[in-house]
Design a protein around this ligand. Structure first.
Ligand SMILES: Cc1cc2nc3c(=O)[nH]c(=O)nc-3n(C[C@H](O)[C@H](O)[C@H](O)COP(=O)(O)OP(=O)(O)OC[C@H]3O[C@@H](n4cnc5c(N)ncnc54)[C@H](O)[C@@H]3O)c2cc1C
Length: 400
C-alpha cells in the first residue's frame, strides 16, 4: 500500500532533523560536482565516510532487502531522502555505479550468493564499483567490444583495454563486458558479463584528465589478468542481455537505484538569483529583453522537465509511449542543463572566461566548471545523438 502523505511528511522532518545534526562541514577543498569527477584520495575518503554515515542512519538502499543491508521500505522513502539531501546541498553519493546500476541489476538477475557477497558493501561504501563497457574503438557500438575473456580451468584470462572507466583507479570490482566467443555468428552472442575483481595482477588503471581539469575516469588495461570463473554472471554468451539491462538502470528507464543523489543539484532558480548582480551595457542583465527571453525559455523547459518527471510516476498518463518519457528525459535533461550552465557563464561577460583557480572568478568559476562538467552527462550512458536515435526508432517507430 502506498505510504500516506502524512507519514512521508513526518519522515521528511526526521531526515531534515538528522541532516541538521550530521551534515558535514565544508572540507576546505573542492568537492566533485558528480560521481564522474572523483579525482583525489582526499575527495574519495571524504565521500566514502559520508556515504557510510548516510547508510548507517538507514537512509540508503531504503527499498533494498534488509538481509542485504537495505531497509525493505517503500521506494517513496528513498525519494524523500534524495530530495532532502539535494535541498540541503549535501555531498553526493559517490559509489554510483554500485548503488545505481550494479545493485539493482544484482537484485533482479543475480544469484543469492552474488547478492550476499556484494550488495551490503555497495551500500556501506566499503567496496567501489566501476563499469567496463566502452573501449577505445567501441563506445556507442557497444556490441562490438573486443576485450577477450578465455576460459582456463576455474578462471578466465582477460586481455584488452577499457576506456572512460569512471572510478576505475579506485574500484574493487568492475562490471565487465568481454568477448568469450569471437566466432559467434551474431556479435552479441559472443559477449559475456563478469563481476570482475580489479585488485588482481594484470589490471592497470591510468587516470585521464578531463576538460574541467579534474580526473575521474581512466583507461584500464588487462594483461593476462586471471579472474575466478564464478564471477561470470548469468551465463557464457548471455552478456549482451545483462549489459542492456544495466543500461536501463543507467539511463533511468528502470527503477531500483539505492539513491538518486549522484550530482550536485543545480536549479534554474540558483542561476536567476546568481545573475541578478550582473550588468550588461550598464544595466542589470535582466533588463535586456534578449536575456529575459532566454531565461524564460530555460525556466519553461525546467518546468516541463519537472512535470514530465511527475507524469512518469502515473502509468495511466504514459500508456501511449510508456518508455518515451524515461528515454527522452536523459536526453532533454542533460542538454537543457548544459545550455543553462553555459548561460550562467556567458552572462558574466568577460569574467565568464575566468576559471576555477583564478581568484577573480565569480563564485570560484562555479558556472564555468559546471558547464564543462555537464558534457560528461550528455555523453556517458549513451550520447545525445544515440539517445535521439533510440527515441526515434523505438518510441516513435521511425525508420532507421
Ligand atoms: C564523463 C564520462 C564518464 C564515462 N564513464 C564510463 C564508464 O564508467 N564506463 C564505460 O564503459 N564508459 C564510460 N563512458 C563512456 C561513454 O559511455 C562513451 O563515451 C559513449 O558511449 C560514447 O562512446 P565513444 O566515446 O566511443 O564515442 P563514439 O561512439 O565514437 O561517438 C562519437 C560521436 O559520434 C556520434 N555517433 C556515434 N554513433 C552514432 C549513431 N549511430 N548515430 C548518430 N551519431 C552517432 C556520437 O553521438 C558522438 O558524437 C564515460 C563517458 C564520459 C564522457
Amino acid at each position: 500500500m502506498a505510504e500516506s502523505r502524512e507519514t512521508l511528511k513526518a519522515f521528511q522532518a526526521e531526515v531534515a532533523a538528522w541532516m541538521k545534526e550530521n551534515a558535514p562541514a565544508d572540507p576546505g577543498f573542492l568537492l566533485p560536482l558528480s560521481f564522474l569527477e572523483v579525482g583525489t584520495e582526499q575527495q574519495l575518503d571524504f565521500l566514502r565516510a559520508w556515504q557510510h554515515k548516510v547508510w548507517e542512519a538507514g537512509f540508503l538502499g531504503m527499498h533494498w532487502p534488509t538481509e542485504y543491508g537495505g531497509q525493505g521500505a517503500d521506494p517513496a522513502y528513498q525519494d524523500v531522502v534524495d530530495r532532502e539531501l539535494a535541498r540541503c546541498n549535501a555531498p553526493i553519493m559517490f559509489n554510483t555505479i554500485g548503488l545505481g546500476w550494479t545493485g539493482p541489476l544484482l537484485l533482479e538477475m543475480g544469484t543469492d550468493a552474488e547478492k550476499a557477497k556484494y550488495l551490503k558493501h555497495i551500500l556501506s561504501g566499503d567496496e567501489i564499483w566501476c563499469q567496463g563497457f566502452s573501449e577505445p574503438d567501441h563506445g556507442s557500438d557497444l556490441g562490438a567490444v573486443q576485450t577477450k575473456a578465455v576460459r582456463d580451468g576455474d578462471e578466465y584470462v582477460i586481455n584488452g583495454s577499457k576506456i572512460w572507466t569512471t572510478l576505475g583507479n579506485y574500484a574493487d570490482h568492475m562490471i565487465l563486458l568481454a568477448r568469450t566467443d569471437p566466432t559467434a555468428q551474431r556479435k552479441y552472442d559472443g559477449l559475456s558479463f563478469f563481476l570482475s575483481p580489479m585488485k588482481v595482477p594484470g589490471v592497470d588503471a591510468v587516470p585521464i584528465r578531463k576538460v574541467t581539469g579534474e580526473y575521474g575516469f581512466n583507461q584500464v588495461f588487462f594483461t593476462d589478468t586471471r579472474i575466478p570463473a564464478d564471477t561470470l554472471m548469468v551465463g557464457e554468451g548471455k552478456g549482451w542481455g545483462v549489459a542492456m539491462k544495466t543500461l536501463e538502470y543507467e539511463r533511468g528507464v528502470s527503477a531500483g537505484q539505492a539513491t538518486g543523489h549522484w550530482m550536485v543539484a543545480i536549479e534554474i532558480d540558483d542561476l536567476i538569483n546568481d545573475l541578478r548582480g550582473f550588468e550588461r551595457d550598464g544595466a542589470p542583465v535582466f533588463e535586456d529583453p534578449a536575456v529575459r527571453d532566454e531565461a524564460v525559455g530555460l525556466i519553461m523547459e525546467a518546468k516541463a522537465l519537472s512535470l514530465s518527471a511527475r507524469r512518469m510516476g502515473v502509468p495511466a498518463l504514459t500508456s501511449d509511449f510508456p518508455m518515451g518519457l524515461p528515454l527522452s528525459s536523459k536526453y532533454r535533461g542533460t542538454e537543457w542543463a548544459r545550455r543553462m550552465k553555459l548561460f550562467g557563464a556567458a552572462m558574466q561577460g568577460a569574467q565568464g572566461a575566468l576559471y576555477v583557480d583564478d581568484p577573480d572568478a565569480h563564485r570560484g568559476g562555479f558556472w564555468q566548471r559546471a558547464y564543462f562538467s555537464n558534457f560528461g552527462a550528455t555523453i556517458g550512458g549513451g550520447t545525445s545523438q544515440v539517445q535521439a536515435n533510440i527515441i526515434a526508432e523505438h518510441v516513435l517507430g521511425l525508420p532507421k
